[in-house]
Each structure stands twice: as C-alpha cells, then as structure tokens.
Design a protein around this ligand. Sequence first.
Ligand SMILES: N[C@@H](CCC(=O)N[C@@H](CS)C(=O)NCC(=O)O)C(=O)O
Length: 217
Amino acid sequence: MATNNSGKGIMIQLYGLRLSNYYSLIKALLIEKGLEFEEVKAPPTQDEENLIRTPMGKMPSIGVDGRYMSESLAIAAYLDRLQPQPALLPSDPFEAGKVVELICHIKLDVELVARRCLPEAFFGQTVSDETKETTKADLTKGMKAVQRLMVCDPYAAGAELTLADFYTFFSFGLASGIVKAIYNEDLLDGHGNIQALMAKLAEHPSIAQVEADKAEG
Ligand SMILES: N[C@@H](CCC(=O)N[C@@H](CS)C(=O)NCC(=O)O)C(=O)O
C-alpha cells in the first residue's frame, strides 16, 4: 500500500460517476497502481461541497487525507509519483514530456473538440449545423496532429504502457461515440494503428475491470 509522509497507509476517495470517461480513466489508474481507493458517487454540481473538491464542479476529483484534487492529468501525475510502479511516465525527462504532449493533443484537439456536439449526441439537445461543420473540420485537423505523435508500437507513445494509453482509450472512446452519433462515421476510420491499440487496451486488465464495473452500473 502507498504511504503518506507519516508512513500511514493511504485510502483515496474517488468522487464522480462511472459514466464519466475521466472518472473511468482515474479509476483504471488506481487499479493499475494497486492503490487502495473507494468510489464515492458525486455528480457534477455547482454546490459548495462539490466545488471545494473540484472548482469547476466537474468529475472526477479525489480526496486524500482530507485534501482534494481535480483535473485528471494532475491526478494522474500525482498517482504516478505516489506509487511509482508500474511507472506510467518514462524516466527520461524529455520522453516524459512527450507523453504529456501527446495527452494534451488527444484531450484538447480531439476529445474537447468532439465534446462541442456532446449535448446532441447523448443528451437529447440540439447543436447548430454550423457547430457540426466546424467541429468536423477541427476534428480532422486534431486527428492529423495526434497521428503525427502516436507511435502505437505497440503502445501509444512507444514500447511501454504510459498515461497516454489511458487517455487514448478513454478519450477516443468518448470522441468516437460522439462522432458516430452525430455524423454516423467512424472517427478512427483510416487510423488502423489507433484502432488496433484500442482493441489491445480494451483487454488490458485495469481497463477491462473498469468497463465491466461500468456495465454493472
Ligand atoms: N479537464 C477535466 C475535464 C473533466 C470533465 O469534463 N468531466 C465531465 C465528465 S467526463 C464533467 O464533469 N462534466 C460536467 C460539467 O461540465 O459540468 C479533467 O481532465 O478531469
């Protein structure tokens, strides 16, 4: 079990809902690292109690000994230092930076772009045709950018499993669902290397566990 500065065992609270891809990503990392954690159902709200944990009211957030942290990439970096094995960032500083660079492009230039259409894709609302058009063009640009950086041999950033693989699985999972719902197209069409990686990651034990739990509700 990971220990804090006083050497005591750490129990981490994971706040959010299983349907959230970022919640799922952090849950998979907690499992991957063999850390002790408990899931606490906490929908996104602007309630003060939630904002103390996560200042934009989003999920996930974590609690550690009465302190809180939001933003999946911050939490992922913390978990990788808290429990260094298995390492999910390369020890070489430049290579570690490249992994985070890839994550930024996956998040910002693909997933966040696709999310513009989330209200129509999954929540019965409508987005404008103009938004759909600009989203499509921006997604094409984002996928090209990501493809330049993705190694996929066999993992996203190269020979070793890294945080970028977890973002690949959970960010492309959501983005692909949105693209299917809005355009009836496959976001990963023409990106066979990413498709193959997604299939491999779906069988990775920590990720498979999260997906099985999600199906249970
Ligand atoms: N940048 C944040 C994004 C978190 C995020 O967008 N969470 C979504 C669920 S997957 C959420 O809470 N949405 C509700 C809202 O925006 O109010 C992260 O990486 O953790």
